[in-house]
Design a protein around this ligand. Structure first.
Ligand code: PLP
Length: 439
């Protein structure tokens, strides 16, 4: 039992602060698949932290690499200077990206990766004499972090509401692909919905394709509750973007590094974007880090348009390629490879899928969706109390020693890729008991 800290000073992110502080939930340590809470209870991590600790917690190989790096070089300025570990981390990340996306720009978070990608898109079109391409097209229910760029292309109403008057101009949105009436209880990619990509044609006719800089989507929307792309949908978006000279950005902050049983969702779905945003699993969330993987053609166009000896892209962060984050990334990618964790996720996917879909007859269940090692159970909202059921189910799971995520009336699951079959059974068995217990 650890002492309760004074909770007042910390303003918690994306948290019901008053509710939380009235009944705090504190995690004090973690190892492998388990957290330990302040009362000493062991809690199975059904969410890989926040979709990020893909190799499990407290991995000695990563911790040791960070320690070694900190003792050797704690920090080096990334502007006009470099450090070997950042270059090596970039090389290692590039090697996992789809063919051609081998230029890596480091950031410190998914939000920064998205805003960086949007800026690279604008710089690219300008470098090629197409500076009129300034519009972005995102998607309803999309989540691209909390920067003004990412929030603007994002499509979650609550995240935009307070800032609506100052969002980035020139942004439009595709419709979300989730349709419970048409595709409830789909296993993997729904058969219904590829035609929704054709909505892009409508937006291009409206705005004129020559003004559109990029389309940005999560290949699988995570934060909105595991919305899996319909079969043929991403292929169609790719084809339309290529036809109209529009760049396609995949936000893979959640989907990269094994979540879908491959290095990237692009690889899993066989669709290659022009830019791909990364964070989270890039270094197992040990030290904050994000990145943008950029096609060599885009990189070369921007570099080639700048005068000799001039800075080519006026953008960067004090902590871009921070030595500790970079060392953690290299050690993490080593671990993924040595333990075959992406392949393990692919192998376990059918077990995970069967286990989550077995909840179909549990109380309150409206839809179940899954792909790779990600799944969601959408609940019928309780009349007049949207979100209450999922919150209560989350609490019941936590009391029973399992951490799940809830957003609205959706429960989401994304365990570390080291999870075993027994733990998968425990995870979904606990969810079933929680659904039986709540009203
Ligand atoms: C697809 C996607 N993009 C961007 C972000 C933002 O990442 P961060 O919270 O590291 O800024 C997230 C976070 O969950 C995400 O899922």
């Amino acid at each position: 039992m650890s002492a309760m800290p004074d909770l007042q000073s910390l303003w918690m992110p994306f948290t019901a602060n008053r509710q939380f502080k009235a009944a705090p939930r504190l995690l004090v340590s973690a190892k492998g698949m388990y957290y330990t809470d302040a009362e000493g209870h062991r809690i199975l991590d059904g969410t890989a932290g926040l979709w990020c600790t893909n190799a499990g917690h407290g991995r000695d190989e990563i911790i040791d690499a960070v320690h070694r790096q900190m003792r050797t070089l704690d920090y080096a300025p990334p502007f006009q200077m470099g450090c070997p570990v950042a270059f090596e981390a970039a090389r290692r990340v590039a090697a996992l990206m789809p063919p051609g996306l081998d230029r890596i720009f480091f950031t410190n978070s998914g939000s920064e990766s998205v805003d960086t990608a949007l800026k690279i898109v604008l710089a690219y079109h300008r470098a090629r004499g197409e500076g009129q391409r300034t519009r972005f097209i995102g998607r309803e229910r999309g989540y691209h972090g909390v920067g003004f760029g990412g929030m603007s292309v994002g499509g979650i109403g609550a995240n935009r509401k307070a800032y609506a008057a100052n969002l980035m101009p020139g942004v439009d949105h595709l419709p979300a692909t989730l349709n419970v009436a048409e595709a409830a209880f789909s296993r993997g990619q729904p058969a219904w919905g590829a035609h929704l990509a054709d909505e892009l044609e409508r937006l291009l006719a409206l705005h004129d394709a020559s003004t559109v800089a990029a389309v940005i989507v999560e290949p699988m929307a995570g934060s909105a509750g595991v919305i899996v792309p319909p079969r043929g949908y991403l292929e169609r978006l790719r084809e339309l973007c290529s036809r109209h000279g529009i760049l396609l950005v995949f936000d893979e902050v959640i989907t990269a590094f094994g979540r879908l049983g491959a290095a990237t969702a692009a690889e899993r779905f066989g669709v290659t974007p022009d830019l791909l945003t990364l964070a989270k699993g890039i270094n197992n969330a040990t030290v904050p880090m994000g990145a943008v993987a950029v096609s060599r053609a885009i990189h070369d166009a921007i570099l080639g348009a700048a005068p000799e000896n001039a800075i080519e892209l006026f953008h960067g962060y004090t902590y871009s390629g921070h030595p500790a984050a970079a060392a953690a990334a290299i050690a993490t990618l080593d671990l993924y490879a040595r333990e075959g964790l992406f392949e393990r996720a692919a192998r376990l996917e059918p077990v995970f899928e069967s286990a989550v879909h077995a909840l179909r007859d549990a109380p309150h269940v409206k839809d179940i969706r899954n792909i790779g090692m990600a799944a969601a159970v959408e609940l019928e909202p309780r009349a007049g109390q949207a979100g209450a059921r999922a919150y209560e189910a989350f609490l019941a799971c936590l009391q029973a020693g399992v951490l799940v995520r809830f957003t609205g009336d959706v429960l989401a699951f994304s365990p570390p890729l080291i999870i075993d079959e027994e733990q998968i059974a425990t995870l979904f068995g606990t969810v079933r008991e929680a659904l039986v217990r709540i009203r």
